[in-house]
Design a protein around this ligand. Structure first.
Ligand SMILES: [Cu+2]
Length: 730
């Protein structure tokens, strides 16, 4: 019987994991019999491309993993045009699931923007979709899937539009990206369940042992007192970072003395990169496809989804390393420019997390708000608070900032009525909720705008993370202090505590998405839709209300989680389904000896407030113990407090030190108060759990993470005694 139970528990856990892995794995065959159209046909000013999207497998780390490729390659092939051309692009979906392609940074008719349901019909399995639009700009752009997490699986490529009179300088495209061997749908689920596995892989758990050893115990305690878990500059652990699909790319064709225009595209799903070059300074000449007045720096950061055109010089004989270091500094990717003897760039040292933590402690109040500092100007990357974490801080290096970017010609908007919007970027890391004004896309209506008005947005970042905010189909001016030469962009990096102002002229029609371009933040609902009043109907969207519900479904998704202890004295566990505000969960204690009985609680509840420290729930509780002595009351009835079935209602509140206080009342009017703390990080992999309540139940346990899903564990509790075994964390 017991064996059967454990077997069932295991099967359930793996069944769930298997179901989530199945992103159309049945479609892995290569469709080799398809008659394929040629990739590229040049018909004068009309350029025709055929793109075939298919499942594939890759092996970047020694393990074969599923991925998605376009025309068999990751990244997807580069599409090249000249300003004034008409782009004709057929996207053939050979997968078993729907897909989409968004042309990032392009000014085009609404129906070709490629946001599934919102602007463009999703490309169903086996279907072909035609995109046809004139190219009214030049510069460095890219394209990617706008469906689920397909971008992370490999669906991104460069989109280059040359000038009609292209300057003679040689150019080279660097498409940067991040890769995880994990199924990205699993990555997304894990983030919602506050896994610290990525922190373990990155060496950024900021555990108590480390705090003690390095003299940062007070910092760690203050941090937890303010209810913060370990801090990091990025959420996901990546196995590889790539330049054009390679950890190390090479461009030996460049000669000593030559200047090269590097077209750098950050096609990552959630990684910012630091850029620097062994051959000297970087001179930015364009950003997000728009030309800027040349400006030089020793290094620069490129946000997710941004593009920068950077001119570098091959200083002399040899091959010079151009490095892109992931912002979390776990790894880097590079390209070697020129041929001959290699000149490596200095590598960026690891981040000093406790210094960052100390800074965050000062910046954050007890309510989880970032304090605005009196007299401290924080906008447009003028001041990088993360500098405290950079060991290289003492070198005299100049870093490119948005305040240094200047448009090549005036960008002042024509006079007109101005619509002013205030967007506070909000979220909490514990439950991975990301929103604007504490509302996700599904919790908000479209924002109506009128053709001919100016839209001005004041953004304030009240979170601990940077967000690359991207506007579809428009360029906004960044009011960065450059007056009429304020630069035009489509993606704005906004650092914690910054207040940035952007504005754009409403010149289009239809619906356009504005969202954080960190894939997992976008999928959590960090965005808004701008909708032009009185737009002509979009033939791709016959029922806009129904279509908007499909867009909103993304952030209503429920994610499964479980923690199942299988120890020598029985099984303890929880399993839950949760989304942005709601959680359904069940909890059980099951003794190994049938004499020990069992207990289970099943609850449904909602989280309240921006930081979601308050959780209210209702449910029922079943408690059974067989060999407990029975006693008769004065009426001769059997009363056994340990045999109960009752409804319960309660609230749980996260206190300083991340202690959860839980007060509940059951159907018999009995009140229980409980205090607990899960997953205190003692060392990188060792976690301590503590719990006690007014029913005189108490428990203490240790868990050592062996893999993402399996830990060795031991615990003592007042019901079941001492046990040791394994804990499955899903
Ligand atoms: Cu974000």
């Amino acid at each position: 019987m017991k064996v059967l139970f454990y077997l069932l528990a295991f099967m359930l856990a793996f069944q769930i994991s298997f179901a989530q892995h199945g992103h159309g794995s049945g479609a892995m065959s290569m469709h080799s019999k398809d008659k394929r159209m040629p990739f590229f046909t040049d018909k004068g000013h009309t350029k025709i491309y055929h793109l075939y999207v298919n499942d594939t497998t890759v092996n970047y780390t020694g393990k074969t993993r599923p991925a998605m490729a376009i025309n068999g390659t990751i990244p997807a092939p580069t599409l090249t045009f000249t300003e004034g051309d008409t782009a004709v692009i057929y996207v053939h979906n050979l997968m078993m699931m729907e897909t989409s392609i968004h042309w990032h940074g392009l000014i085009l008719p609404n129906r070709y923007d490629g946001v599934s349901y919102l602007t463009t019909t999703p490309i169903k399995a086996g279907e072909t979709h035609l995109f046809k639009f004139p190219l009214v700009q030049h510069g460095t752009y890219w394209y990617h899937s706008h469906t689920m997490t397909q971008e992370q699986s490999g669906m991104y490529g460069a989109f280059i539009i040359k000038e009609k009179q292209e300057p003679p300088m040689k150019s080279y495209t660097l498409l940067l990206s991040d890769w995880t061997d994990e199924n990205p749908e699993q990555t997304q689920r894990s983030l919602h369940n506050a896994t610290d596995w990525y922190g373990i892989r990155k060496g950024s758990t900021q555990n108590y042992l480390q705090a003690l050893q390095t003299g940062h115990l007070k910092t760690k305690l203050t941090n937890e007192w303010k209810r913060m878990t370990a801090m990091d500059v990025s959420d996901v652990y990546y196995d590889r970072f790539f330049t054009n699909g390679k950890v190390e790319d090479a461009a030996p064709q460049f000669k000593p003395g030559e200047k090269v225009r590097l077209r750098v595209i950050n096609g990552s799903s959630s990684t910012y990169f630091w850029l620097h070059y062994a051959g000297g300074k970087l001179t930015a000449v364009a950003n997000d496809g728009e030309d800027v007045q040349p400006v030089s720096a020793d290094r620069m950061i490129i946000a997710v989804a941004e593009t920068y055109d950077v001119v570098v010089t091959i200083p002399r004989d040899g091959s010079f390393e151009f490095v892109a270091t992931a912002e979390d500094r776990t790894k880097y990717t590079s390209v070697w420019l020129g041929s001959g003897q290699r000149h490596a760039a200095t590598k960026l040292p690891r981040l000093k997390y406790f210094e960052g933590m100390k800074m965050m402690n000062d910046m954050m109040d007890m309510q989880g708000n970032m304090k605005e500092m009196e007299g401290m100007e924080m906008h447009d990357q003028i001041m990088d608070m993360n500098t405290v974490m950079y060991p290289e801080i003492n070198y005299s290096i100049t870093t490119l900032k948005y305040t240094m970017l200047k448009a090549v010609k005036p960008t002042t908007l024509p006079a007109g009525p101005t619509k002013l919007l205030n967007f506070e970027l909000t979220g909490n890391m514990n439950r991975y909720v990301w929103s604007i004004n504490n509302k996700t896309v599904s919790e908000s209506d479209k924002i109506l705008i009128k053709k001919g008005e100016n839209v001005r947005i004041i953004l304030y970042n009240n979170t601990m993370m940077r967000h690359p905010m991207h506007l579809h189909g428009h360029y906004f001016r960044v009011l960065n202090g450059q007056g009429k030469y304020s630069p035009l962009k489509n993606t704005l990096d906004i650092m914690p505590m910054e207040r940035d102002t952007i504005e754009f002229r409403a010149t289009e029609s239809g619906d356009w998405l504005f969202h954080c371009h960190i894939l997992y933040h976008m999928m959590s609902g960090m965005g808004r839709v701008f909708s032009y009043e009185n737009s002509p109907p979009n033939p791709e969207v016959p029922d806009p209300a129904k279509a908007y519900r499909m867009v909103q479904a993304d952030d209503r998704h429920f994610y499964a989680s479980a923690k199942i202890g299988i120890e020598s004295n029985g099984s303890d566990g929880t399993a839950a389904l949760a989304n942005t505000r709601w959680k359904f969960s069940t909890l059980w204690h099951l003794g190994l000896n049938s004499a020990d009985g069992y207990e289970s609680e099943t609850m449904a509840g909602r989280y309240f407030g921006r930081m979601q420290w308050l959780y209210g729930y209702v449910g029922f509780d079943v408690h059974y113990r067989r060999n407990h002595e029975e006693e008769k009351n004065m009426f001769g009835q059997i009363s056994n407090k340990n045999n109960r079935k009752t409804v319960v209602a309660g609230i749980a509140y996260t206190l300083p030190m991340l202690l959860v206080a839980d007060a509940r009342i059951d159907g018999n009017g009995k009140v229980r108060l409980q205090l607990g703390r899960e997953d205190i990080p003692l060392t990188s992999r060792l976690r301590l759990n503590l719990m006690g309540n007014t029913d005189k139940e108490y428990a203490a346990g240790l868990r050592y993470a062996l893999t993402k899903y399996i830990s060795a564990s031991s615990h003592y509790d007042s019901d079941m005694g001492l046990g040791a075994g394994l804990t499955i964390t899903y």
